[in-house]
Design a protein around this ligand. Structure first.
Ligand code: SF4
Length: 738
């Protein structure tokens, strides 16, 4: 739904989609013999409901399904997802390299699994158990994330496991745990944002990243609600806003502190709420005393009057929600930045009440569930801490091992990757559902570390950039070929159902783990049936913060998903958290006194511009899937970089010129896209492409001290070389198809 008077956008068209095409699909779904499987989109954490339609003799297709998160809408990625099934470049046989530098050749499953098990075992005996590493992904189902963690801790007994979700939501998770005692992306259903009076959206381009979700914000606007967007770019989302605060990259924390300063000075603090439901306000209030509005204007570039306006909109609203995306989170101070926005939320009394709260818009499909069930370096299933003796005892009981056999916490994702091949680091790596050569920061450094490994095995369904470097590649099933549960950004557990069998030589990730565990001496405890794994996960999560004990597959289907915590089968699930108490020991939400600090790397004479990175409408993550969908690739074929017309004029750059961007870490190339929607001091480059167009060749791996999140959103860059569109080759920088 679009709002009258606001300009139509690319995202609008995407969300509604081409009506003729949608009509064709609806007709197809009604054809005699058509079989419809209710499932969910393979991509982002909105987990839109869809039907996969199987008509005899025709390829699988997608049809609309009315589900609470998408209400029958989908973006182009979802609509076109079925075209990936049965693609010719799909991996259908295990591949194996006989020696480093040799070529990959087809192998049998026994040969491939024997080799992986042998290399992992040899690595452990030569270098110790922690030298065997496991790297997972935020797109894996709950069952796979659970079993991958169990495989690492029980079959390999290594502490070296982490996953690419560390690069996604770890700062928001750390902040929410500190402030509320619990991290669930959104503590309320998405539908609540349509009914709240004010929304503060920080660093999220929802209209492009989750188009169906923006309809809830549009509904809120139609009801007369207010939307405030904080973003260095005038995105299609920001253009919908009542007020857009276009701050300098890396200054969100200063801005949040400045807003709290104004809220206190202008009398908007909900003193009764602060007194009754929170602790720590006095220290936080003292800290923001130094954030005078004119100082904050100098730090952030946001005019004082706009800050005052924003505070008045939020402070006068009876209900409000504050949502953060990757913008404020992917910073070396991401945890403190999120805490600063939580401070503001609490001070205004917009938490712990209906239609109020702070939420994080998780990105990856199972970004939420992926961090709850044990593939994170410091966690065990049920969102338990691996250093908590009671948690270790509970999980060890379910796993039928001695708690002392469980390893302790391991290194975070970037630290684990960066230590590969070094003394004390991982020497043999097993990757499932991730493509770190494209998605990790300082990608050239990661490439060097991968080359230094003794052994690399990758499970994937296409030959990703990372799989191309592997010694063994294991072809696994795609989302439409297997059952599994996912947990979306609302904490709603949903069920994906198989619509078609995988190709004959392809196995599920769970079967791969079972086969490897068996070869490593674990002859039971690794079922490959998703529902059997889920039953075990329910027991392992019972009593933990993310308690799935009462969730059954039948309930998920009949109830449109079930929200955790759900401790028993008679429990209705928990769509809304914190209404009576927060999850801290004393039931109070905690303020934190936090201070602004500069980004790890600010522009200087040599590198005079900011670089920020993010997503586009039509591509997803490292592009392994969406770059293979013809209509998506045709829509956005090449890497691009956005720059302001003033900067373009200054550097004599024309639209579509080929630019070489340089940072202290590397060089990447991309087409110029000149747009007034970005600040003149900032470049924006999406991160979906591989090869020379990788944005992560440029990014800075400076880590947040608490969450270990890399600073993807800010580094210093210069435009090194310009090649005009006319002079250049037609398409010199093909997006890497992986
Ligand atoms: S990518 Fe996200 S928004 Fe688009 S259809 Fe899939 S789940 Fe929905």
């Amino acid at each position: 739904m679009s709002i009258p008077g606001l300009p139509g956008t690319h995202a609008d068209r995407s969300a509604h989609n081409d009506s003729a095409a949608v009509g064709d699909r609806a007709e197809e779904a009604k054809r005699p013999g058509a079989r419809r499987t209710a499932t969910h989109c393979p991509y982002c954490s909105l987990q839109c409901g869809m039907h996969l339609v199987h008509v005899p003799g025709a390829p699988l297709s997608v049809a609309a399904r009315d589900f609470p998160t998408n209400r029958g809408g989908m973006c182009r990625k979802g609509w076109s997802a079925a075209s990936l099934i049965g693609r010719g470049d799909r991996l259908t046989r295990p591949l194996l390299r006989d020696r480093r530098g040799g070529t990959l050749r087809a192998a049998s499953w026994d040969e491939a699994l024997d080799r992986v098990a042998h290399e992992l075992r040899t690595c452990c005996s030569r270098h110790g158990r922690d030298a065997a590493g496991v790297f997972g992904g935020g797109g894996l189902t709950n069952e796979k994330a659970y079993m991958l963690g169990k495989f690492a801790r029980v079959a390999l007994r290594t502490s070296s496991i982490d996953y690419n979700g560390r690069f996604c939501m770890s700062s928001a998770a750390t902040a929410a745990n500190r402030a509320f005692g619990l991290d669930r992306g959104m503590p309320f259903p998405l539908e609540d944002i349509a009914a709240t009076d004010a929304i503060l959206l920080v660093g999220s381009n929802l209209a492009e990243t989750m188009p169906p979700a923006i309809s809830y914000i549009d509904d809120q606007r139609l009801r007369g609600g207010r939307l405030i967007v904080i973003d260095p770019r005038a995105t299609v989302t920001a253009r919908r806003a009542t007020l857009h605060l276009q701050n300098m990259p890396g200054t969100d924390l200063a801005l949040a502190n400045g807003l709290l300063h104004i809220a206190i000075k202008d009398g908007f603090v909900d003193e009764e709420f602060v007194e009754r439901r929170t602790s720590g306000f006095r220290l936080a209030a003292q800290r923001v005393g130094a954030y005078w509005p004119d100082r904050v204007e100098r730090l952030t570039g946001v005019p004082v009057r706009d800050m005052q306006h924003a505070v008045a909109l939020l402070g006068e609203a009876a209900t409000a929600v504050v949502l953060t995306g990757r913008g404020p989170e992917q910073q070396s101070k991401g945890t403190d930045t999120v805490l600063a926005f939580i401070n503001l939320t609490l001070a205004l009394g917009h938490a712990g009440r209906p239609l109020c709260g702070y939420g994080c818009l998780t990105g990856q499909g199972n970004g939420q569930g992926g961090r709850e069930h044990g593939q994170k370096a410091d966690q065990l299933p049920g969102y338990r801490r691996i250093d908590d003796p009671a948690a270790r005892a509970h999980v060890a009981r379910v796993w039928n091992i001695d708690p002392d056999e469980l390893p302790g916490p391991g290194r975070s994702a970037f630290e684990m990757l960066d230590a590969m091949g070094r003394d004390g680091g991982v020497r043999a790596l097993f990757v499932m559902g991730s493509n770190p050569l494209v998605s990790a920061p300082d990608a050239a450094r990661i490439e060097e570390r991968v080359a230094a490994l003794d052994f690399l095995a990758v499970c994937d369904f296409f030959l990703s950039d990372t799989a191309q470097r592997a010694d063994v590649v294991l072809p696994t099933a795609q989302w439409a070929e297997e059952d599994g549960t996912m947990t979306n950004f609302e904490g709603r557990v949903v069920l994906r159902q198989a619509a078609t069998p995988p190709p004959p030589e392809v196995r599920s990730d769970l079967a791969v783990l079972a086969g490897l565990a068996d070869r490593l001496g674990c002859h039971d405890g690794f079922p490959s049936e998703p529902q059997a794994v889920f039953e075990e996960l329910r027991r392992a999560s019972a009593g933990g913060p993310a308690d799935y004990a009462g969730i059954t597959w039948e309930r998920i289907v009949t109830e449109d998903g079930v929200f955790w915590p759900c401790p028993d089968e008679g429990h209705p699930g928990t769509p809304r958290l914190f209404l009576d108490r927060f999850a801290t020991p004393d039931g109070r939400a905690r303020f934190h006194a936090v201070s602004h600090r500069a980004a790890a790397e600010e522009p200087d004479e040599e590198f005079p511009l900011y670089l920020t990175t993010g997503r586009t409408l039509v591509h997803y993550q490292s592009g392994t899937q969406t770059m293979r969908v013809d209509e998506l690739r045709a829509s956005e074929p090449d890497p691009f970089v956005e720059l302001h017309p003033v900067l373009a004029r200054h550097l004599a750059i024309e639209d579509a010129d080929l630019l070489w961007l340089r940072t202290r870490r590397g060089t990447a190339c991309a087409r110029a896209r000149v747009t007034p929607d970005i600040r003149p001091d900032t470049l924006f480059m999406p991160f979906h492409w591989g090869g020379a167009g990788r944005a992560n060749l440029l990014t800075n791996p400076a880590l947040d001290p608490a969450s270990r999140m890399p600073e993807f959103k800010i580094c210093a860059v210069r435009i090194d070389r310009v090649q005009t569109a006319e002079a250049g080759p037609n398409r010199p920088i093909k997006g890497d198809t992986t």
